[in-house]
Design a protein around this ligand. Structure first.
Ligand code: EPU
Length: 426
C-alpha cells in the first residue's frame, strides 16, 4: 500500500512558503453559492478536500476551473440543491452548503457528513441555528432536508464556539431579512477571512473574528475576487517539524498574528524564534523543555489541529508534559502509534501525559486522521531508522505533497506507491 518512507535523524534546514488555508478556502467556496455570478479565488491549495468541494459545486451546476492556485468559479447556472450523498460522505465540510443553499434557493438536501474520525462530531448547532433563522430542517435516515420560504434574522447563542456552525450561520444570515446576531461565535482567523469574502460579495458582516458577529441581511450578493489567508496549521506543522529535528527553518508568507499561542508555546519549550511581518524563523533546541499543562481551546487558544504534532514534539523533552484536549473527544489515536515507536504516553480520556525524552524508533505506523497523520510524519523525522507511515489519504486531505515539501528542507522522505496488485487487494 502507498506509504511515506522516512529515514529519521536529519535536521530540517531552509525556507518553506506557506500555502493557502484549506479551512478558509472550504467555506469560501461554499459561499459562492450565495450569488449567481463569477468569482476569482486565489491561493487555494490543491488538496483532496478542496477537490471534493469542487466536485460538489460541479454537481450543483457550477463551473470551476483551476489555474495554478487560482480558482475561477461560475455559479450562474446552478440548478440543483441536493448535495450528492456519495460526496457528503467524504468530507464534513460538505455541510457548509446547507446555509448558503437554503439562503439563496430556499431549499437544501444533504446527507450525514463524513470526515476525520476525531470524536463525536455533531451537527446540532448548524441545524438549530438554521431553525432559529426560520428554516424547517428535517432529518430522516441520514437525509437532511432544509427548507424556508424566507430566512429571518435572529439572535443565535451558540452553546460552544463551533467554527463550522459560525460559518454556516454567517453565510445563511447574509441573505436573511433583518439582522442576525451570532453570540459565542468562534473567533478563528478563517472566520475573519470568510467575513471579508462575504463583505466583498456585498454582505454586511460586522465583528467576524470576535465573539459576537452581527450580520445585516441584504437582498442580493455578487461575485468577487479574494485571496485566501495562509494556512496557520500547515505553518505550525512545519515549525514543529523544524523544532523536533533541531533544525533551522524560515516560513515565508506566514501570518504570525494568527499563531500567537503556538509561537508562545514553542518559545517556552526553548525553540528560538524570529518573527517578521510575514516570516517566522525557528531554530530548534533539543531537548525541548517539558510543558506542564497545555490545553487545546478555540482560537486564540492553542489549536486542537496542532495537538498531535505537539504531543510528538513533547516525546523529546526532558521531563513530564501534560496535554489536555478540550475541543474533540477522540483525538488521541496518534498516541497509540507513537507508543509503538517507543514513546511513553499515557492517555486517560481527554488527557495525555508524556514522559520524555524517548528515543523514537522507526516503525510501520498508520494515520487515522489528518493531523494525527502529520504527527506520525514528524515522529518519523525524529526517529532512529526507517518509518513507514500508512493511511496517506488522511494526510493528503490537508498537506500538499508533504514529502516534497519536507524533502526540500533536507528530510529523507519519499512516497512509495502501491503496486496494482496491492491496490486491488485493498
Ligand atoms: N459541535 C457540536 N455540534 C455542532 C458542531 C460542533 O457539538 O453542531 C462540537 C464538535 O463535536 C466539537 C466542537 O463542537 O467537539 C468543535 O467543533 P467545530 O464545529 O468547531 O469544528 P468543525 O467546524 O467541525 C473545524 C475545522 C477542524 C478543526 C475544528 C476546531 C474546518 C473545515 N474544520 O471543524 O479542522 O479541528 O474546526 O478548530 O474548518 C482539520 O483541519 O484537521 C480539522 C479537523
Amino acid at each position: 500500500m502507498s506509504h511515506l518512507l522516512i529515514e529519521g535523524g536529519r535536521p530540517l534546514v531552509g525556507r518553506h512558503k506557506v500555502y493557502g488555508a484549506k479551512n478558509a478556502a472550504l467555506p469560501i467556496l461554499a459561499a459562492t453559492v450565495l450569488a449567481r455570478d463569477t468569482f476569482e479565488i486565489e491561493n487555494v491549495p490543491d488538496l483532496l478536500d478542496l477537490k471534493i468541494m469542487i466536485a460538489i459545486l460541479h454537481a450543483l451546476g457550477a463551473r470551476v476551473r483551476r489555474e495554478g492556485t487560482t480558482l475561477y468559479v461560475d455559479t450562474r447556472e446552478i440548478h440543483r440543491t441536493e448535495v450528492p450523498e456519495e460526496l457528503m460522505g467524504q468530507m464534513r465540510s460538505s455541510l457548509f452548503l446547507m446555509g448558503p443553499l437554503v439562503a439563496r434557493y430556499r431549499e437544501a438536501t444533504l446527507y450525514r457528513p463524513g470526515g476525520c474520525a476525531i470524536g463525536t462530531r455533531r451537527i446540532d448547532f448548524h441545524v438549530e441555528g438554521l431553525r432559529r433563522l426560520g428554516a424547517r430542517v428535517v432529518e430522516e435516515g441520514g437525509r437532511i432536508e432544509a427548507r424556508a420560504l424566507a430566512l429571518r434574522g435572529a439572535t443565535i447563542v451558540l452553546p460552544y464556539p463551533s467554527v463550522g456552525a459560525t460559518e454556516n450561520l454567517m453565510m445563511a444570515a447574509a441573505l436573511a431579512e433583518g439582522t442576525t446576531r451570532i453570540v459565542n461565535a468562534a473567533r478563528e482567523p478563517e472566520i475573519e477571512d470568510l467575513g471579508r469574502f462575504l463583505n466583498a460579495m456585498g454582505a454586511r458582516v460586522y465583528g467576524a473574528g470576535e465573539a459576537t458577529i452581527v450580520v445585516e441581511g441584504v437582498r442580493e450578493l455578487r461575485g468577487t475576487r479574494h485571496r485566501v489567508i495562509p494556512d496557520r496549521i500547515v505553518a505550525g506543522t512545519f515549525l514543529f517539524a523544524a523544532a523536533i529535528t533541531g533544525g533551522d527553518v524560515v516560513l515565508e508568507d506566514a501570518r504570525p498574528e494568527h499563531m500567537e499561542a503556538v509561537l508562545d508555546l514553542l518559545a517556552t519549550s526553548g525553540a528560538e524564534l524570529e518573527v517578521g511581518a510575514d516570516t517566522i524563523r525557528l531554530r530548534g533546541k533539543l531537548p525541548p523543555r517539558p510543558l506542564p499543562r497545555v490545553v487545546t481551546a478555540p482560537h486564540p487558544g492553542f489549536p486542537t489541529d496542532l495537538q498531535p504534532q505537539l504531543v510528538t514534539y513533547l516525546t523529546q523533552s526532558e521531563g513530564t508534559s501534560v496535554v489536555v484536549e478540550t475541543v474533540f473527544d477522540g483525538r488521541f489515536r496518534h498516541a497509540e502509534e507513537l507508543v509503538r515507536m517507543g514513546a511513553k504516553i499515557y492517555v486517560d480520556q481527554r488527557t495525555a501525559v508524556i514522559e520524555g525524552p524517548t528515543r523514537l524508533k522507526g516503525e510501520r505506523v498508520r494515520a487515522y486522521d489528518l493531523r494525527g497523520g502529520a504527527a506520525l510524519v514528524l515522529a518519523g523525522l525524529a526517529a532512529e531508522g526507517t518509518t513507514r507511515v500508512y493511511g496517506l489519504t488522511h494526510i493528503d486531505r490537508g498537506y500538499m505533497r508533504i514529502e516534497e515539501e519536507l524533502a526540500a528542507l533536507g528530510a529523507s522522505i519519499r512516497r512509495v506507491s502501491a503496486t496494482r496488485e496491492e491496490e486491488a487487494a485493498g
